[in-house]
Design a protein. Structure first.
Length: 177
């Protein structure tokens, strides 16, 4: 699936990323450096191997990177992430990305379930060797726990247009120009 407006990078994190302090510091530095360079680094681990979890991770990582937050009335600019700016083209690209991911999840549900079966078997074999990375999510740049399901994100897309007028400001974007 092509998400052409965003520069995405994935890092698979094994057990050493959770046990060694030096490794944790390097991970935080990588996340910060990538954000400064308009690259969205998405750490993933054994626990997150599964189609629904990965799709949710991608959409929520982009949402956090461009500075969107979700409340009961839909999407709003995230005031705490004031260093990010919501550009119209990034909002449109985010909407398109969420729609593509939602559509892929819907159209290819059977295939994804088949692949998830293999992922589950792999996770099961790794639990004794990698207890931390097979039981907790990989840390991301945003420390918030405001992740939403693909369905919630998809159904809230209609609120982006209503709230984007509030987002005009002098902040810097994390998405490529």
């Amino acid at each position: 699936m092509l998400l052409e407006e965003f520069l995405l990078a994935f890092e698979f994190q094994g057990e050493s990323h959770y046990r060694e302090e030096k490794e944790k510091e390097k991970d935080q530095l990588k996340l910060s450096m990538c954000a400064r360079n308009k690259l969205i680094l998405i750490p993933a681990n054994i626990f997150q191997l599964g189609s629904a979890v990965l799709m949710k991770l991608i959409c929520n990582s982009i949402k956090d990177a461009i500075g969107l937050d979700v409340e009961s009335k839909g999407f709003i600019p995230d005031q705490e992430e004031s260093h990010l700016k919501l550009h119209n083209k990034h909002l449109r690209a985010y909407m398109k990305s969420c729609q593509r991911i939602y559509l892929a999840a819907t159209l290819f549900q059977g295939t994804l379930e088949w692949a998830d079966g293999y992922a589950k078997r792999f996770r099961d074999t790794q639990q004794s060797r990698n207890p931390i990375s097979s039981s907790t999510e990989a840390p991301r740049l945003s420390l918030k726990v405001n992740d939403f399901s693909i369905e919630e994100l998809y159904y809230n897309l209609k609120f982006i247009k209503a709230s984007k007028k509030l987002s005009q400001g002098t902040q810097q974007s994390c998405a490529p120009a």
